[in-house]
Design a protein around this ligand. Structure first.
Ligand SMILES: [Zn+2]
Length: 143
């Protein structure tokens, strides 16, 4: 009897390609989603990428379910999300977003303490969290 055949066949561990997210990933310009795709030309033999999509028509966002432009996360932050927080939100917006109550802060200097607290709260958030808040504010999900 062949001993080897008694060894139970090992279940191969499912090969899972763990693709690490790049430091400055592409995001949908409209909604900030990371679930974006682009069409590429690949060499039929080597599978090397020959050229990336340039046209909006070749770009796709799963969350928008539309062809949308894509930009680097750093650009989305500096061009859109940070300016939104700085200029696009009112004190009431910030009160709702941060959950901080301006009444708990001194009203001196046009509520400087409250504004500072909001700024610190915001700076403690990751890009992903900031983008989620921005997205929620610009396009509230319908209930
Ligand atoms: Zn999108």
């Amino acid at each position: 009897m062949n001993k080897i055949s008694e060894i139970p066949e090992q279940t191969p561990i499912a090969e899972k390609t763990v693709v690490e997210m790049p430091a400055d990933p592409w995001r949908c310009e409209e909604c900030g989603s990371l679930r974006v795709s682009c069409q590429v030309w690949v060499d039929s033999n080597s599978y090397e990428v020959q050229s990336m999509a340039e046209d909006k028509d070749d770009l796709w966002c799963d969350d928008c379910a539309e062809h949308t432009r894509q930009i680097r996360e750093s650009e989305l932050m500096s061009d859109t999300v940070e300016p939104w927080w700085k200029d696009g939100t009112t004190e009431e917006d910030r009160e709702i977003i941060t959950g901080l109550n301006p009444e708990n802060f001194s009203s001196k200097d046009d509520c400087k303490a409250f504004r500072n607290a909001c700024g610190m709260w915001w700076n403690g958030k990751t890009n992903g969290e900031k983008i989620r808040m921005w997205r929620q504010a610009i396009a509230p999900e319908e209930e």
